[in-house]
Design a protein around this ligand. Structure first.
Ligand code: ADP
Length: 470
């Protein structure tokens, strides 16, 4: 029956009862008493229905719905239908939730759900095993109070979550864990935990192998290079083999350089400690680098610009090696009629060492991979210039150990700019009490031999930038 029909029926029944009541009342001499009795009876009846309905609603509604007349019956069937629908959705959600829990529990990776305050909301069994979390006891606690490795604390605060951070497990130093934050929803975060002990072991084995092989190769190579040099200097050598001898000497030197670079790289890779903070006079270092370029038989013009006397805090040998690699590359890949510009300056972001050149440049697609070991844009050209393909990998590792990063800008055919950005805590003004970011007065600057600003030759709008974050 429709809703309006049932209301009409109820109204009709009430009117009929009122008429009967009024008639009987009239018969007994009290018209209004008859009406009042009918109204009171109707009210009691409706209250009874209401009470039965209330009792059914307050219960768990597992009992059969009460058998009530219209329009109550309509109300009951509507509520029952809504309830059935809700139960259906609830069951479906519960099933889904159970499935989700079962699958996340079976996942080989750990998952921790964090709220915007980085307090734990939920975690799976693997996360509990890998991070040593305890059942419900740890829910509601801040994750950095439980995972106390400093690298993780820094990672969490840094809010740069594109890459994971690798830490040693607190329970077992042999175990390596990769932790990655994945932001989602309104400030919530997922923490993904993976056991990467196997990968770390393989990486250590690879490093040891390279270091041992390079070490073993160094002595025989030194002997071969020594004999070749003696032979090349011998005036009695048959002129027919003088040419091949020279080539052999060149190749032996190249192999020695590769072995030397490999050894340096494995030394850098084998330590994940931050570089010590010893003051380095960057201005003096730049002057030395300039001399190295001028000592080459064929070299581009070189300008040196030191805008700050700030000292860099780090390991001098490593910094020298990284800066020399950049300057050496600039000289190598710039023709003699081009120019190289070296610059050191400081600002509120820290210290910056830039090497710009007007050389051959690098096609855009190669920029992101330049700092990989043995990556060369043009292997033939690099080989002919004596390159090992390891220089920029060494630069990247040295910078990482100093909390710094490398930016690369280049336009093919026009030139390149490599900038090392050091954080402010890596600077010292011990030699210059003037304080941070004080630019040098013009008369304090190093005499820039030929200020052909190679930097200006690189239009920012067309240069591509590669940031080494790995
Ligand atoms: P290499 O010893 O071969 O120079 P690097 O790791 O130092 O190795 O550099 C990697 C590659 O990047 C080089 O082979 C070269 O192709 C390119 N490259 C580096 N610096 C420059 C530069 N200033 N101009 C042009 N190409 C460069």
């Amino acid at each position: 029956m429709t809703k309006s029909a049932s209301w009409w029926q109820l109204g009709g029944r009430l009117l009929f009862a009122l008429l009967i009541g009024a008639g009987v009342g009239e018969l007994f001499g009290s018209f209004w008493a008859g009406i009042a009795i009918v109204l009171a009876t109707a009210l009691v009846l409706q209250l009874r229905h209401l009470m039965r309905l209330m009792r059914w609603l307050q219960g768990e509604r597992q009992d059969e719905p009460p058998d009530l007349p219209d329009p109550w019956e309509l109300l009951v069937s509507r509520v029952a239908r809504l309830y059935r629908r809700k139960q259906f959705h609830k069951q479906r959600l519960l099933r889904l939730l159970r499935e989700l829990r079962r699958s996340t529990a079976a996942m080989p990776d750990g998952v921790v759900v964090l709220n915007p305050q980085t307090e734990i909301l939920w975690f799976n069994r693997t996360a509990s095993r890998l991070l040593g979390l305890r059942g419900k006891g740890d829910v509601g606690l801040r994750i950095d109070n439980l995972v106390r490795q400093p690298e993780f604390g820094q990672y969490l605060r840094g809010a740069q979550y594109a890459l994971p951070v690798t830490v040693r497990s607190a329970a077992d130093v042999e175990q390596h864990l990769s932790l990655q934050i994945v932001p989602y929803g309104a400030g919530q975060r997922l923490l993904l935990v993976r056991d990467v002990t196997r990968e770390a072991r393989l990486e250590a084995m690879r490093r040891d192998f390279v270091a041992n092989a390079s070490h073993e190769l160094r002595s025989p190579l030194t002997v071969i290079a020594g004999y070749l040099e003696t032979l090349a200097q011998d005036p009695g050598v048959d002129p027919l083999i003088a040419g091949p001898l020279q080539e052999m000497q060149r190749q032996a030197q190249r192999m020695s350089r590769i072995v030397q670079d490999l050894l340096e790289l494995s030394r850098l890779e084998s330590s994940d400690r931050e570089a010590p903070s010893r003051p380095i006079d960057v201005v003096a270092l730049m002057a030395q680098l300039r001399q190295d370029v001028l000592a080459r038989s064929l070299h581009p013009s070189i300008a040196v610009d030191a805008d700050s006397r700030a000292l860099l805090l780090g390991e001098e040998l490593q910094i020298h090696s990284a800066f020399a690699n950049l300057v050496d590359n600039a000289a190598k890949y710039t023709p003699p009629d081009g120019s190289v510009h070296i610059r050191w300056w400081t600002d509120q972001d820290g210290g910056h060492f830039a090497v710009s050149d007007t050389g051959i440049g690098i096609p855009r697609e190669h920029l992101p991979r330049l700092t990989e070991r043995f990556y060369r844009v043009d292997a033939g050209r690099s080989r002919s210039t004596g390159g090992s393909g390891l220089g920029l990998a060494i630069v990247k590792h040295v910078l990482q150990r100093h909390g710094a990063w490398l930016a690369i800008e280049s336009v093919e055919g026009r030139g390149s700019r490599f900038i090392c950005h050091f954080p402010p805590e890596r600077l010292s003004w011990a030699a210059d009490p003037g304080g941070p970011a004080r630019p040098l007065e013009p008369q304090e600057r190093l005499p820039a031999t030929e200020l052909t600003s190679a930097a200006a030759a690189l239009p920012a709008a067309v240069s591509a930038e590669a940031q080494t974050t790995d």
